[in-house]
Write a protein that binds this ligand. Structure first.
Ligand code: ADP
Length: 492
């Protein structure tokens, strides 16, 4: 069997890739799903639609590669993290729309859970601050607000999971989650890699709803339906998968993924390094029952989705790539700054009271300046995160591996190198998320022999080197900080 399959169940779409032994994509298919926004701050997905898309896209990817499922040695999964679902244990029917990671409806629950101890009440065990981002408080909201759910959960009739659990339930019949996804619930102890009874108790969650936690790389079961009989072996949350696909296996290796949001992860090896600068401590991966590897993570909520907002809400462009020529109609940002705090600010600020601002407008400002400000905001947010990362880890970074849909944007990549004063390195394969899931499945089943073999697949496409005077870099970043200040204290 010459191929490995990988399912990437992302925030906006589902992708399936077929990968050969050299790590080359030989088949790919993709389909978007609906973003349901029933009220400001709420973002939902229909889990039934997502599962149907997975089946459809898997068949399309096999057809694109011109192969049969029996040609697959294994299939792996990567998924949007934190997005939270509940379903009926008997029928498998979702019992509410899935609450997406960007959804802010749990801000009051988070404040209540923090009590007098505040947002960092559970940080020592979970590596996370209390924030609307994470799955545990979303599950609390469902138990509190979906009629009859708590009673049914207490009777053992309900299953909870993040998106990986939902896909595995449908694909293999197993109720599992991997360590990387579990580390985003606020319910797992980072050291024991098990649900923490104390936190689960404080959150008021019946334990019967929780999935079994499994390693990221390991056999889970056999596929059904379109993947009938195929070994299902490997789950990684999307950012951890991108890190795996970038071959960031050594302590100190760092990658930044520019997709819907922007996520920088630094491999800290077998040490779970606690952050004092607003980063998250998270599980990077666990191979079979070996020691887990940890990462420090800086999560930025809005990156590519800022470009989508320019397209869909502001209607300044017709498609995402047009943002680059529009930004190039002006020589610089004209002192305009965009802080995309649509759902508050994530790392390193963690301010749910922030909302988006465009600062520095004058009668001179035009669409090109706003387009530039949207792109630059991604680079400034990444600098905020990189500075926190260097402070927390003591690692002085001189190179950043990048991936994700936005890295084709050369203006952004050059500006990123300029504003960081760090080399920005783009690999030949920028679809590292789905590649990482393929790697996990292939490693688990002996399709690839070890990490060294995967490292050999990585190749550099282009290196962006800083070309900006230090005083200009400092002045731009200074103004960004002022703009961030203006976004704070907007909602009570
Ligand atoms: P995800 O996996 O999070 O859905 P992708 O990695 O597929 O995201 O990246 C898609 C994002 O990249 C979209 O938000 C889109 O707006 C943005 N994007 C795509 N092409 C460009 C481009 N040329 N310039 C800037 N942003 C882009």
């Amino acid at each position: 069997m010459a191929y490995v399959g990988a399912i990437d169940q992302g925030t906006t779409s589902t992708r399936v890739a077929i990968v050969d032994h050299a790590g080359t994509f030989v088949g790919m298919a993709q389909k978007e799903h609906a973003q349901l926004m029933p009220q400001p701050g709420w973002v939902e997905h229909d889990a039934t639609e997502i599962w149907a898309n997975i089946e459809e896209v898997t068949a399309a990817a096999l057809a694109d590669a011109g192969i049969d499922r029996t040609d697959l040695a294994a299939v792996g999964l990567t998924n949007q993290r934190e997005t939270t679902l509940v379903w009926d244990a008997a029928t498998g029917e979702p019992l509410a729309p899935a609450i997406v990671w960007q959804d802010t409806r749990t801000d009051v629950i988070c404040r209540e859970l923090g009590g007098a101890e505040g947002a960092d009440r559970f940080r020592a065990k979970t590596g996370l601050p209390l924030a609307t981002y994470f799955a545990g408080p979303k599950l609390v909201w469902l138990l509190d607000n979906v009629a009859g759910l708590r009673e049914r959960a207490e009777a053992g009739e309900v299953r909870f999971g993040t998106m990986d659990s939902w896909v595995m339930w449908n694909l293999t019949g197993e109720h599992v989650t991997d360590v990387t996804n579990a580390s985003r619930t606020m319910l797992m102890d980072l050291e024991t890699l098990d649900w923490d009874d104390e936190i689960v108790g404080i959150f008021g969650i019946p334990k019967s709803v929780l999935p079994r936690i499994v390693p990221s790389v390991g056999l889970i079961g056999r596929g059904k339906g379109v993947l009938e009989g195929v070994p299902v072996a490997g789950i990684l949350g999307d950012q951890q998968a991108a890190m795996f696909g970038q071959a960031c296996f050594n302590p100190g290796d760092t990658k930044n993924t520019y997709g819907t949001g922007c996520f920088m992860l630094l491999n800290t090896g077998t040490q779970a390094v606690q952050s004092t600068k607003g980063l998250l401590t998270t599980v990077a991966y666990q191979i079979a029952s070996g020691k887990p590897r940890y990462a420090l993570e800086g999560s930025v909520a809005i990156a590519g989705s800022g470009v989508q907002w320019l397209r869909d809400q502001m209607r300044m462009i017709d498609d995402a790539p047009q943002v680059e020529p529009l930004a190039k109609t002006v020589p610089d940002n004209g002192d305009v700054y965009f802080v995309p705090a649509f759902s508050g600010l994530f790392a390193p600020y963690w301010r749910s009271d922030a909302r988006g601002v465009i600062a520095g407008l004058t009668r001179f400002s035009e669409a090109g300046h706003v387009a530039r400000a949207v792109l630059e905001s991604v680079a400034y947010q990444s600098r905020d995160v990189l500075e926190a990362m260097e402070a927390d880890s003591g690692v002085d970074m001189n190179e950043l591996k990048v991936d994700g849909g936005m890295v084709v944007n050369e203006l952004l990549m050059q500006f990123q190198a300029d504003i960081l004063d760090v080399d920005v390195v783009r690999p030949t394969i920028i679809e590292t998320t789905v590649l990482g899931a393929a790697y996990a499945a292939g490693l688990a089943t002996g399709f690839w022999r070890g990490l060294d073999e995967l490292r050999e697949h990585w190749a550099e496409d282009r290196r962006f080197v800083a070309d900006m005077a230090e005083d200009e870099r400092a002045a731009l970043y200074d103004s960004w900080k002022k703009a961030v200040d203006k976004s704070l204290n907007w909602v009570d």
